[in-house]
Design a protein around this ligand. Structure first.
Ligand code: UDX
Length: 458
């Protein structure tokens, strides 16, 4: 799967990439960086020290650390490194990062090298970087790490707020259809967890939407056939060119993993029958309380299906790992690990389904490997991704956060045998594969992205 890098190419153009420092954002940005490197560009990655990438896995890139190099800066040094508090960095950097980013870019642009800097590509949530790039006349492209569908919903927040969805007093409206989004119910919007379009998160998302719209181009980790109606809307509403490329089809995210990946279960997995094992993982930031954890445990046992379960340290609130697990629970039924090479697991023929929180990377990795899902979104875009996978793509069983053993066991038994869902998942994978062939939508998108970036003369 890994694309060949062309080490003999004489590189004449450099691209600066600036990911958000969280796993679900680092992975797609470094996949994109690998892809652009394979197309002949030199790569500089700007990054914070917090959650810093394993630079040794990328000897062919240049890394520059910015925004939190000063240990005396108490706006940052006092922030927690784990849990939701860690995300407060986004507010601080977006508010105070302008001068430092500008200074860093000036240095990079002044370097006397054979190569020319073509553009900067930043995570869409670094909305402050648009004015920095503008002030230097440097084209800024945006990487949006979630779906087009999610972007359109975020762009509608002010309308949702006016309609009272974000802070709903009347519980009878939960099943009401969302204005402009027939596939969504008001309860899906509530699940986003945002109380107002004017609170700090609402404002950050609205700035993200605004600055994405005025960027020089938008790169989406997706493909046309997955979100065709949404692409039409985006192209109608936004002048900037759009490029849809399913990164997991080009590179796995293994080399940008912040946690060490356990591979010790592969001999066990290799011995399981095809399509027999449920893979369970809820991403890099989610948490459950001990009671819900035990319901998951019992649901897995009651389903009588084999499983491979990623329980990230810190997933169970108040425990360092799996201390609440009853003795003798796992047995020969399954394996529990702290972190796994997820895409390799999804590609394994023994895997029959994926119980996921629907972070967009996990969702797209599952789609790209043709694996049916159980959909249990926790917060934010996950709720939108899950609804789309269940009601539009029809590749999953919607469970939600129903931490109730019978319901869990029922969902597991269903996803492992529901032939319609499983066939839809296979067809979607096939569409992704076809899109990569010469003349296919993803192939053409990548080619036009490369041509577009090459056309900048700075
Ligand atoms: C976060 C948000 O939760 C998500 O909603 C948003 O779309 C992106 O940022 P995260 O929770 O980390 O993402 O989920 P996800 O987007 O699925 O990314 C997780 C990444 O970690 C995936 O690329 C997955 O392959 C990788 N992973 C996960 C591993 O490498 N090993 C594991 O054991 C589990």
């Amino acid at each position: 799967m890994e694309s060949q890098t062309e080490t003999t190419v004489r590189r004449q153009r450099r691209i600066i990439l600036f990911p958000l420092p969280f796993q679900g954002h680092i992975n797609p940005m470094l996949q994109l960086a690998n892809l652009l490197y394979s197309k002949g560009f030199s790569i500089t990655i700007l990054h914070t020290n917090f959650n810093k990438p394993k630079t040794s896995n990328y000897p062919h890139f240049t890394f520059r650390f910015i925004l939190d190099n000063d240990p005396q800066d108490q706006r940052i040094s006092n922030l927690p490194s784990h849990g939701m508090g860690a995300f407060n960095r986004l507010f601080v950097f977006n508010e105070h990062g302008h001068n430092e980013l500008r200074h860093e870019l000036e240095l990079l642009l002044a370097l006397e090298e054979d190569e020319q800097v073509s553009c900067i590509i930043t995570d869409a949530l670094w909305h402050f970087s648009q004015s920095v790039a503008d002030s230097l006349n440097l084209p800024r492209l945006v990487l949006r790490t979630s779906s087009l569908f999610c972007f359109l919903a975020y762009a509608s927040f002010p309308v949702f707020d006016d309609l009272g969805y974000l802070n709903l007093a009347d519980q009878t409206r939960l099943d009401e259809q969302v204005a402009g989004f027939p596939v969504l119910k008001v309860k899906d919007i509530i699940k986003l967890g945002f109380k107002s379009s004017k609170d700090p998160i609402g404002l950050m998302l609205s700035n993200m939407v605004k600055q994405t719209k005025v960027s020089s181009g938008i790169i989406w980790n997706s493909f046309k056939e997955l979100e065709e109606p949404e692409l039409e809307t985006v192209c109608r509403d936004i002048r900037a060119p759009n490029f849809l490329i399913p990164f997991p089809k080009h590179f796995t995210a293994s080399s940008s993993s912040l946690l060490d990946q356990d591979r010790s279960f592969f001999p066990w997995l290799d011995h399981q029958p095809p399509n027999s094992v449920l893979y369970v993982s809820f991403g890099s930031t989610t948490e459950v309380n001990e009671k819900d954890f035990l319901e998951i445990v019992h649901g897995l046992v009651d389903s009588k299906k084999s499983f491979l379960w990623v329980v990230r340290p810190g997933f169970v609130k108040g425990s360092s790992w799996i201390e609440p697990l009853p003795d003798g629970f796992v047995g020969e039924w399954g394996r529990i690990v702290k972190w796994a090479p997820q895409q390799e697991v999804l590609a394994h023929e023994a895997i029959g389904a994926f119980w996921t929180h629907n972070g967009w990377n996990s969702t797209l990795e599952s789609v790209c490997e043709g694996v049916a899902m159980i959909l249990s979104p926790f917060m934010g875009d996950q709720a939108l991704n899950a609804r789309y996978m269940s009601d539009v793509s029809k590749v999953g069983v919607y469970l939600g956060n129903v931490w109730e053993r019978q319901e869990i066991a029922k969902a597991i038994r269903r996803v492992m045998v529901d032939e319609d869902i499983r066939e839809n998942a296979r067809v979607l994978k096939q569409k992704a594969n076809v899109s990569l062939m010469k003349g296919g939508s993803s192939y053409e998108s990548l080619e036009s992205l490369v041509a577009y970036i090459s056309s900048f003369s700075f």
